[in-house]
Design a protein around this ligand. Structure first.
Ligand code: GAL
Length: 412
């Protein structure tokens, strides 16, 4: 009895000083699917190990739902301790209003500019020479995911590119299989962009989204893209369109659908389901047309706090997120590429290896949409494409013109 009390007293005396410095930080993000939750648990575990506490503030329903909540909370004076956003322009107004913690000192001390790659992600976190966010991963949106067994059972060789997937659609439909699963909202915009990249090519995608080349946006290369999107909407039965991206991926995992176009975060779902890349499913970068890699991803911002203990904990979190161990543990679960090249990737799966190979070559690596266009314009494009998918009377030519008009009006 006495011994137990002594042991307890000893533990308390060891634990107490740590507890005195422990800080709870609420962290907002939109990682609520199976793979995403598994990945975020790695961050939480590593942050708790610093003696602080990760208070999970997951917001269900994707980035489109979470972003306005996150931004209005910070603007409204009710900030969280840390928050996920995508690299790009989303936090520019918050930084300009002086609401975000400056991470420059930490970034310099840890030499993020050298250890983190590609440079585009640090550039996205840097405004007027100051660093305001920490990039945690590289996510590319241009992948097609296919269930091999579904094709093999139908006597069809698993497609290796978009055209083969389209060609296999009628036979699958006859068997009651959804040839291409799709989710509402931004995944339709993602499919559009992926087809722009696959059909018009990376350079022309950047020419339109970044350089606002209107002749290109209205020209024949993009007309070919809208023809391809038209083909896609012809094979997709609106009744099979599901609410969330991970529902659409789940249809492929369950063998109810044959293929889905989604970012590499879909890989996290296949991993949770215990499926093996290159054996049970294929992941085809650039929809199998040409291997490409968009430099999307996730970054964390830390709203400014008056409390020095909070600031200290925020810096501890930022530092933890780029450590070698955490980079490996998090990204293996997430399906994304680590920000560091000096990590042990022996456990990388087929898809991660494909991504790393493209990254290493560097030739077909290009900016993410949010690094080129403002969020409002991106949402408008999603809306136009949603209409196009749900109303077959809209011609590809009319949709192309609506799309071009949004690009033309977008702030530079
Ligand atoms: C993206 C984010 C990814 C993934 C995806 C779907 O915005 O960068 O990490 O979470 O949304 O939720």
């Amino acid at each position: 009895m006495k011994l137990t009390k002594l042991a307890f007293a000893l533990c308390a005396s060891v634990a107490l000083p740590m507890a005195a410095h422990a800080t709870d930080l609420e962290v907002t993000h939109w990682w609520t699917s199976g793979g995403e939750a598994a990945a975020v648990a790695e961050f939480a575990k590593a942050f708790d190990a610093t003696g602080n506490k990760w208070v999970d503030g997951a917001i269900a329903g994707s980035g489109d739902v979470a972003r306005p909540i996150i931004i209005s909370r910070i603007l409204g004076g009710n900030p969280m301790g840390a928050t996920q956003l995508n690299p790009g322009k989303d936090a520019d107004d918050l930084i300009a209003a002086g609401l975000m913690q400056d991470l420059t000192e930490l970034a310099t001390a840890e030499d993020w500019a050298t250890i983190l790659r590609p440079k585009s992600q640090m550039d996205s976190c840097t405004l007027d020479g100051k660093v305001y966010c920490v990039p945690v991963n590289l996510h590319s949106g241009q992948w097609m995911w296919t269930n091999r067994k579904v094709y093999e059972d139908a006597g069809i060789a698993p497609p290796q590119n978009w055209a083969e997937m389209i060609a296999a659609a009628p036979a699958l439909k006859e068997k009651g299989i959804i040839p291409l699963s799709l989710a509402e909202g931004w995944p339709i915009g993602l499919l559009t962009e992926d087809l722009i990249v696959a059909i018009a090519g990376v350079d022309n995608y950047v020419a339109v989204y970044k350089d606002r080349n209107m002749e290109m946006a209205r020209g024949p290369e993009f007309a070919a893209v809208f023809k391809a999107i038209d083909e896609a909407r012809q094979i997709i039965d609106p009744k099979t369109v599901v609410p969330q991206w991970n529902d659409a991926v789940a249809l492929v995992i369950q063998g109810k659908a044959a293929a889905n176009v989604m970012g590499d975060w879909a890989g996290g779902e296949f991993a949770v389901a215990g499926m093996v890349a290159g054996k049970d499913y294929d992941c085809l970068p650039g929809l199998g047309v040409e291997p490409v890699l968009g430099t999307g991803g996730d970054v964390f911002y830390f709203p400014k706090s008056e409390d020095p203990e909070v600031t200290k904990a925020q810096l501890a979190m930022a530092s933890m997120m780029v450590t070698k161990e955490v980079q490996v543990a998090f990204n293996l679960k997430k399906g994304s590429l680590p920000m560091r090249s000096d990590v042990d990737l022996s456990a990388a799966n087929d898809c991660m290896k494909k991504g790393l190979e493209i990254l290493d070559k560097g030739t077909k690596v290009f900016p993410n949409n949010s690094q080129m266009l403002d969020r409002d314009s991106l949402n408008q494009i999603n809306d136009v494409m949603k209409e196009f998918f749900s109303d077959l009377s809209i011609t590809p030519e009319a949709a192309q013109e609506q799309f071009a008009a949004i690009i033309e009006a977008a702030p530079k």
